[in-house]
Design a protein around this ligand. Structure first.
Ligand code: ZN
Length: 883
């Protein structure tokens, strides 16, 4: 393993206030693809009226320094010190004016951080520390400055020149050039700076805020995509209205811009008034985007918009505090989606995502608290833990304080901190003070990593009609923390009779019975709750609405699960009961399979499915969620040692067993939902398509499957139905699959986002020939290793969603993937690091696979010039070996 500069850890405890205020930053860009010149002028003033001289420390990376002057005099190489990414000017006067000029090379920037080229335009990405690739400046979120940005460029090549805030002036220059000046009145940290220059088309709309301000909304895209912006625009308008109504927050400028790019490392970026989006989260037309894509767009548009208050107006003191803005903003976007669509369905999808991505992360070599204490490369900490677990912790404040208490806390947070860079402690203090409650123990959620387990046991005494629930919490040690403390765990539950009726709840010390849902708050390692006047041994409906990021253990019988599935009032509990039953049954067959015993279909699962399929009252989208089998990775997480092939075989056996036993019911429900009506975008229509396509995914395992799928493919007028059908053909290995894939390819070959789907469904197809196919697809003209969406669709899907392919027993998948990580690291370290994390769960496999993966990890670790991004991931994975 290499140790070096790239592997130096940064610690939260080492935070130091930046001694200078930077009042205003004047930026001047002379824009060209190959080489752009950046000139700055900025005023440094020592904080608190300090008079003594101090060092000025700036950050920069890969900059070609042309000139640097302090208070009017040019500095030479002896007047400052450059060390790695910092430049220090010793002993600068208390008031100092600094001027710089640098050159940068956007066209050859393949890391997609700083200023880079995408198609025919240039754009920036600065979060977290990309501004230092644009110019020398204190590149840290607690330095907030107002920006004045002037851009000049060739008018024909760069007709559109955008930056944050309002356009103040523009003009012509000789030689076909022009210039534009933007000013942002709100002080902001560097990570929220943005610039876009190029030839883009736009869609425009308006929003009138509730105080009557007219806001111009513009979405900029490449001209061929103009007809795909409608949904994004509608989502933006909905988000602006929703934030006024639910959070009392109004937009604060007269202009809001969104720019879509095909080349983006992440989903989207909340730069002040100039959001930049991965085109995946903007562009949609019913024939090119699935229902999931439409919902994703609504969520991400909302997310970036909501950052304007939670992130931009109040930002983070340093990057350890990332969850301050991300956890809170994810919570807000989840609530927005829940209010726009179905709350119950949204909740289930959020939980599925948390359990299948965040729980494993928190149990692996990268386990960290939502507010980490150290990092090597901050880009590796834009994680499911910081985002999704962070949002769950915000949701717990909401559960404990109620909507009105939570909103009181939000108001105090903004009253105290608008315009500041603050910490998670400040957020907690605002919530506590506004509600007059003590949240000190609750605060442990910010510093403790790992997924707590809650073990539930119960006892019913028929003589006294008392029912006792005992909750015990335990958080297993993680690689970063050996000892764990008790956490505050909101735990919502109810009790059902064996007929499925919900009982009113009365605890021992209460005088009368209350409603059927009760919030218990577990604060100690163990607590007991005794319910009285319980007429029979009840079925506990535990952990309603998934009220905390924990794993709940209770020894449910299949009979109890069946009652919950059929009758519980909480959608999450119903769904979870169905998942538990399916998981039990599949894992049992996996076990039998490994012992050479015959697998069998469980009658209670069959009965539960029959009930679900015959339910005509429930939301079809909820029924769809209940019938989606737990995925192979989730099942793998439940095993001591992962049996890759056993899980695949057992899951397939159960699914096709259900399909064949219940063929008539599936077909009937399918026919009913396959109504032949033209496409509609409403939540109801989406719900019907969801259930229809789940039915189809079962029917694909029956005799009638192929003709039914082919018919759907031929008659479909939307991508949701077409894609489900083609995927069906591919997964069932139908002879029709090849033709369907090539027709799809011909029709969409020019369309980057649709081709991502084409790559993904082939990368996902299980079996031993999948690697060969992935290798072939890498040569396809639509594939590019430089484009993150393509890498995620082909390489990422293969490594993360195709367990039988990636974990092929001969290690070929691992060797291939390690080659890709090394190749990508030379181009785009952030994407390389994401891909490298596919190896993180390696310890959970059998000895032979572990050995094969370890060899690949060591090979990557030994590669030349490995980035800090990849080496942090790989070294953590290897280090956890020694412990
Ligand atoms: Zn965010």
């Amino acid at each position: 393993m290499k140790e070096g500069l790239a592997n130096k850890s940064i610690y939260r405890k080492d935070y130091k206030v930046y001694p200078w205020d930077v009042g205003q930053l004047d930026l001047h860009f002379d824009i060209a693809r190959e080489s752009t010149t950046v000139r700055t002028e900025m005023e440094f003033q020592l904080k608190d009226g300090e008079q003594a001289k101090q060092d000025i420390v700036l950050n920069g990376s890969e900059l070609q320094l042309e000139s640097l002057s302090l208070n009017g005099s040019e500095l030479s190489g002896d007047d400052y010190v450059i060390d790695g990414e910092t430049l220090t000017i010793p002993d600068a006067p208390a008031k100092s004016v600094l001027k710089t000029e640098v050159r940068i090379q956007p066209a050859s920037n393949s890391a997609l951080e700083g200023l880079y080229l995408s198609g025919a335009f240039l754009l920036t990405q600065c979060e977290a520390q990309g501004f230092r690739k644009i110019t020398w400046f204190p590149d840290r979120p607690d330095v907030m400055t107002t920006y004045r940005v002037t851009m000049e460029a060739d008018r024909a090549e760069f007709p559109i020149l955008l930056s944050n805030g309002n356009q103040e002036a523009s003009g012509e220059l000789p030689g076909g050039r022009h210039w534009v000046r933007w000013e942002d009145p709100f002080p902001k940290p560097t990570y929220l700076f943005a610039l876009v220059a190029g030839d883009l088309a736009l869609v425009e709309d308006h929003f009138t805020t509730r105080s009557g301000r007219d806001v111009v909304l513009r979405i900029y895209v490449e001209s061929e995509n103009l007809d795909r912006c409608e949904h994004a625009m509608q989502s933006l308008i909905n988000a602006m209205r929703w934030d006024e109504e639910r959070f009392n927050l109004e937009y604060d400028l007269d202009i809001y811009h969104i720019v879509a790019t095909n080349d983006f490392n992440m989903g989207a970026m909340e730069n002040k008034s100039l959001n930049i989006f991965n085109s995946k989260y903007v562009l949609a037309r019913p024939d090119t985007a699935t229902d999931a894509d439409f919902q994703g767009i609504e969520g991400v548009i909302g997310h970036e918009y909501f950052h304007n208050w939670t992130g931009n107006r109040v930002t983070c003191r340093d990057w350890f505090e990332l969850t301050l803005k991300e956890g809170l903003t994810v919570f807000r976007d989840e609530e927005f989606s829940a209010d726009m669509q179905s709350r119950a369905v949204k909740r289930i999808r959020v939980v599925r995502d948390l359990r299948s991505r965040q729980f494993p992360e928190d149990d692996g070599p990268m386990s960290h608290p939502i507010r980490p204490d150290r990092y090597v490369e901050i880009n590796n900490f834009y994680t499911s833990t910081v985002y999704q677990k962070g949002a769950t912790i915000i949701r717990m404040y909401h559960t404990l304080l109620g909507e009105s208490g939570f909103q009181k806390g939000m108001k105090l947070y903004f009253d105290r901190h608008d315009g500041q860079a603050v910490t998670c402690d400040d957020f907690l203090a605002a919530m506590a003070d506004a509600n007059g409650v003590d949240l000190e123990r609750f605060g442990r959620w910010y510093s403790q990593s790992g997924t707590p387990q809650v073990h539930v046991s119960d006892y019913y005494d028929s003589a006294s009609r008392k029912y006792k629930l005992t909750l015990k919490q335990h958080t297993p040690a993680t690689h970063d923390q050996k000892t764990k403390q008790a956490l505050v765990i909101p735990f919502t539950c109810g009790l059902l009779t064996n007929n499925g009726e919900e009982l009113p709840l009365q605890l021992e010390d209460e005088t009368e019975a209350g409603p059927g849902t009760r919030l218990l708050v577990l604060e100690e390692m163990q607590q007991e709750y005794t319910f009285v006047n319980v007429p029979e041994a009840p079925v506990p409906s535990l952990f309603r609405d998934f009220s905390a990021p924990v794993k709940v253990f209770y020894d449910y019988s299949h009979a109890q699960l069946a009652i919950l599935i059929a009758f519980d009032s909480d959608a999450y509990v119903r769904w979870d009961a169905a998942q538990r039953m399916a998981q039990d049954v599949i894992l049992e067959q996996c076990h039998r399979h490994s012992k050479g015993q015959e697998m069998r279909l469980d009658p209670s699962l069959l009965k539960a499915f029959r009930g679900t399929l015959s339910d005509r009252a429930a939301d079809p989208a909820l029924l769809a969620e209940a019938m989606i089998m737990p995925d192979e990775d989730y099942l793998a997480e439940q095993m001591e040692v992962v049996d890759v092939d056993g899980i695949h075989v057992a899951r397939k056996f159960i699914k096709s067993g259900l399909a064949n036993e219940l063929e008539e019911l599936f077909a009937e429900r399918y026919a009913d939902l396959n109504d032949g009506l033209p496409y509609q975008k409403s939540p109801e229509a989406m719900a019907r398509r969801a259930l229809k396509n789940v039915c189809m995914s079962y029917l694909q395992d029956t005799q009638a499957g192929e003709s039914l799928i082919t018919a759907q493919l031929e008659s479909s007028d939307n991508m949701t139905d077409s894609l489900a059908a083609i995927k069906g053909l591919v997964l069932m290995d139908s002879p029709m699959a090849g033709k369907a894939l090539s027709q799809f390819e011909t029709r969409w070959s020019e369309d980057a986002l649709v081709m991502d789907k084409w790559f993904a469904m082939q990368a996902m197809k299980p079996g031993c020939d999948s690697l060969g196919r992935v290798r072939e697809l890498m040569k396809h003209p639509a594939f590019s290793i430089q484009n993150p969406n393509k890498v995620r669709s082909l390489i990422g899907v293969f490594a993360m969603l195709n367990p039988t392919g990636f974990h092929a027993a001969d290690g070929s998948g691992y060797a291939f993937h390690a080659d890709r990580v090394i190749e990508l690291d030379g181009l785009n370290p952030q994407i390389a690091a994401r891909m490298a994390s596919a190896f993180n769960r390696w310890k959970r496999y059998d000895e032979s696979r572990k050995k094969l993966i370890k060899a690949q990890l060591q090979r990557i670790a030994a590669a030349d010039n490995l980035s800090g991004d990849v080496s942090e991931i790989i070294n953590n994975a290897l280090r956890s070996d020694g412990e």
